[in-house]
Design a protein around this ligand. Structure first.
Ligand code: ADP
Ligand code: MG
Length: 407
């Protein structure tokens, strides 16, 4: 499908180029008013018909920016040459105005602006030459209405810019769409892989945990051994939670009920849960929420989101630093801020957040933020990051606010 598209594209390209070459050659050969008196201008025209033809034919092979610049410069020389060669052919002036359009054909923004500027300079010189030196001798039609022609030129540039703008917008939109499709495809593959692996791991873990729980109660083992069993069970519990994290991405549970969640209650329970985690490195969580705010979401998923974000903040913090968690109402939104003064992130790192398996931690899964973005999107929420390296990060989570009295 894609290959046919390219092949068709190439066919159209070569067909157009051949047409252009034929037209250029015809212009050179048929009823040339300079027939017979081959001057330097004619020679230049002939040479450039050949050079441009070769360049256009070779372009698909070496489609670089440099090559495109060369073609544009050739076009400038060619068109300005015929403008000065055939003063009585007024249509050549229109060609001059439309040289920057060649850059649009190549989808090259830099080149487009470059040719706009170069053309403006050259046109100014040309008009200067006609007004001061030529004085309407050869270019009567321009000299008679210099201002009018100037406006015509400007109008043509505006028109070209408009065409460029529209084309560019369309391309950008298409690129974005293509990126999104690619990203969705990647997520799907990652999700399927995760589901397969997670599924295979979950069963043996459950079996081993079951036996360990039995041994834990078995009187033939002494207490020292039993405490080791407890440790093993704890570790397996962690493994299980990682596995269910995987599975929640791969197969999001469909029938989670949406309820009216009181953010204050949720934040309290989440911070209580994470306080002991923070104590590992002496990180304290300061909770600051006074009013009751309500969000329409699934309680467990909302907790999962907050746990992931606050856990990241703790992990980024230096020993002894506090993480601040604020909640409150802002107009029609409920806003939660998680503020840390830890390692921070560069702009590039912030951009990578949410990409599956993107993690800078030795034991990170790189799935936490992806889960968070998924959950936020599900309940029409947003997550924003403000971060600077070594100064810390503020994560702002917004959800549409729900009115408790309404339900
Ligand atoms: P994990 O925590 O398993 O690494 P996440 O998706 O939760 O995966 O986070 C991805 C990465 O984003 C982290 O490895 C970390 O580098 C970066 N990150 C997330 N939150 C913060 C934060 N508050 N401060 C600094 N870096 C962060
Ligand atoms: Mg994390």
């Amino acid at each position: 499908m894609y290959k046919t598209y390219i092949r068709n594209n190439q066919r159209v390209y070569f067909f157009t180029v051949l047409l252009v070459i034929t037209l250029m050659t015809m212009g050179l050969l048929i009823k040339n008013p300079l027939d017979g008196e081959l001057g330097i201008g004619c020679a230049i025209q002939f040479i450039f018909v050949v050079i441009i033809s070769i360049s256009l034919l070779l372009y698909p092979k070496y489609g670089t920016h440099g090559f495109r610049t060369i073609i544009i410069i050739e076009a400038f020389i060619y068109f300005y040459n015929i403008f000065f060669l055939y003063p009585e052919t007024w249509s050549n002036f229109i060609f001059l105005c439309f040289i920057p359009a060649v850059a649009i054909m190549f989808f090259d923004s830099k080149l487009f602006y470059f040719s706009l500027v170069i053309n403006a300079i050259l046109i100014a010189f040309t008009f200067g030459f006609i007004a001061l030196i030529d004085q309407g001798d050869l270019y009567i039609y321009i000299n008679q209405d210099l201002v009018g022609n100037g406006f015509n030129y400007l109008a043509s540039q505006v028109l070209i810019y408009f065409i460029y703008y529209l084309t560019n917008m369309r391309i950008k939109k298409q690129e974005l769409y293509y990126e999104q499709v690619k990203e969705a495809e990647r997520l799907k593959t990652a999700g399927q892989l995760a589901a397969a692996v997670a599924h295979e791991i979950r069963n043996p873990v459950t079996v081993v945990k079951g036996f360990l729980q039995l041994y834990e109660r078995d009187p033939q083992f002494n207490d020292a051994v039993k405490s080791q069993f407890t440790l093993m069970i704890d570790e397996l519990n962690t493994a299980e939670s990682v596995v269910s994290q995987f599975l929640s991405i791969a197969k999001p549970e469909k029938n989670l009920n949406i309820e009216l969640v009181n953010l204050k209650v949720v934040l309290q329970s989440v911070t209580d849960l994470l306080n002991s985690y923070g104590l590992l490195n002496n990180n304290n969580i300061e909770l600051d929420i006074t009013e009751d705010c309500y969000i329409a979401a699934n309680n467990i998923e909302l907790k999962q989101l907050l746990i992931n974000v606050i856990k990241n903040a703790i992990e980024a913090s230096d020993i002894g630093d506090s993480v601040i968690v604020k909640g409150g109402k802002k107009k029609d939104f409920v806003e939660i801020q998680v503020i840390d003064h830890g390692r921070g992130m560069s702009e590039k790192e912030v951009e990578c957040l949410g990409t599956p398996f993107y993690s800078l931690k030795s034991k990170g899964t790189g799935l936490g933020m992806m889960i968070c973005f998924n959950i936020a999107a599900k309940y029409k929420g947003t997550i924003d990051f403000q971060s600077s390296i070594n100064e810390g990060t503020t994560v702002t989570i917004c959800f549409p606010s729900e009115n408790n009295a309404g339900k």
